[in-house]
Ligand binder design. Structure first.
Ligand code: X2X
Length: 343
């Protein structure tokens, strides 16, 4: 072989070696890891499963999503989920705004006590301009948000007595998620809030290390919290945590535009279906889920408007304090959007 030919061959080899870098952009992984806190026994996990199944079917298995409930990819520490997603430890997630709010402060909006009086208010936020702005924020924060879902209106349960006023909460040890806003809310109500993960919460209720907790009724029933001494539940609807369907940015970039569209459409459809599942039993006439809960020997307390107003009043300073941290413009837009909502 002549020197020239050798050189050409060497150059060709070098070109071939650098090719994998370009190919890597479109190389698909054999499995994509989706993080969730609650598994398929809960509306939350069902939403993730619906998404994964639609995507697998519509991409003929090119995008194969596996569910990791219990935030097992991050050893159960749900407040680290957003960072892990951004870093690529997690490929996709259906996550609660509460768990991501330590990293994305604007998501604390939904945790403002008594901001959203009903489902129409929650929908007006996620499906309107506020939702759009929060998706822009999430995009800037380094993930690809695709659709909204819902964990639900969080009601308070405890092992001691019916809660009808802030005075009833006095000194009660209440498990809350790892979010500073929740500490402020329960401190303002005179309770003794203690932060722990969902994984730690259930043994803490069983042993009596905590007296109470707050979660949607669908979570309360699926987790059978009446079996861990939570025999009193008060419907106060003080907040509702939306879920967000998201993909890691590099993973998103590695897919073809056609596949991205499939993943996005599937997320939007799964989100709608998931929300309907999450509201089952509480939006129908007579709220059948309440009867089911009472059937387990649970006292279900519904507040009169004036009783509820006492909780609103006691937590008002928390709203005022957090408005600035979340962004006064965003909070004001949310308040206006809710005031103008259609029932
Ligand atoms: O930890 C909780 O309470 C839960 C399951 O609702 C969330 O992940 C926000």
């Amino acid at each position: 072989m002549q020197k020239r030919t050798l050189l050409a061959a060497a150059l060709a080899t070098a070109a071939a070696l650098s090719a994998p870098a370009a190919l890597a952009q479109t190389a698909y992984k054999s499995e994509y890891r989706l993080s969730i806190v609650l598994g398929t026994a809960f509306p939350w996990g069902k939403g993730a499963e619906l998404w994964a199944n639609k995507v697998r079917e519509r991409t003929q298995g090119r995008i194969n999503i596996k569910l990791y409930p219990g935030v097992s990819l991050i050893q159960g520490d749900q407040t680290r989920e957003f960072s892990a997603l951004r870093q690529g430890v997690i490929d996709l997630a259906v996550g609660s705004t509460i768990n991501w709010s330590p990293q994305v402060k604007q998501l604390n909006l939904f945790s403002l006590p008594f901001l959203m009086p009903d489902y129409a208010a929650a929908d007006a936020l996620t499906q309107g301009e506020v939702g759009k702005r929060l998706f822009q924020t999430l995009d800037k924060a380094g993930v690809v948000p695709l659709a909204w879902g819902e964990n639900g209106y969080r009601e308070i349960s405890n092992s001691k007595k019916p809660i009808k006023s802030p005075a009833d909460l006095k000194g009660m040890k209440i498990r809350v998620v790892g979010s500073p806003l929740f500490l402020d809310t329960f401190t303002a109500l005179g309770a003794n809030p203690t932060q722990m993960s969902w994984a730690d919460a259930q043994p803490a209720m069983a042993s009596g290390a905590v007296d109470g907790q707050e979660n949607p009724l669908s979570v309360y029933t699926a987790a059978k919290l009446y079996n861990v001494a939570q025999k009193h539940i008060t419907l106060w609807g003080y907040m509702n945590d939306p879920l967000v369907f998201v993909v890691n940015k590099d993973i998103w970039a590695s897919w073809t535009p056609a596949d991205r569209e499939i993943v996005k459409q599937a997320a939007i459809e799964a989100g709608k279906e998931q929300i309907a599942i999450a509201r089952k039993g509480v939006v129908e006439a007579g709220k059948p889920l309440l009867k089911e809960i009472a059937g387990h020997g649970v006292t279900v307390t519904e507040l009169t408007p004036s009783e509820r107003a006492e909780f609103v009043k006691a937590t008002r300073p928390v709203v005022d304090k957090w408005k600035g941290q979340i962004g006064a413009d965003l909070v004001t837009l949310a308040e206006k959007t809710i005031a103008a909502r259609k029932p």
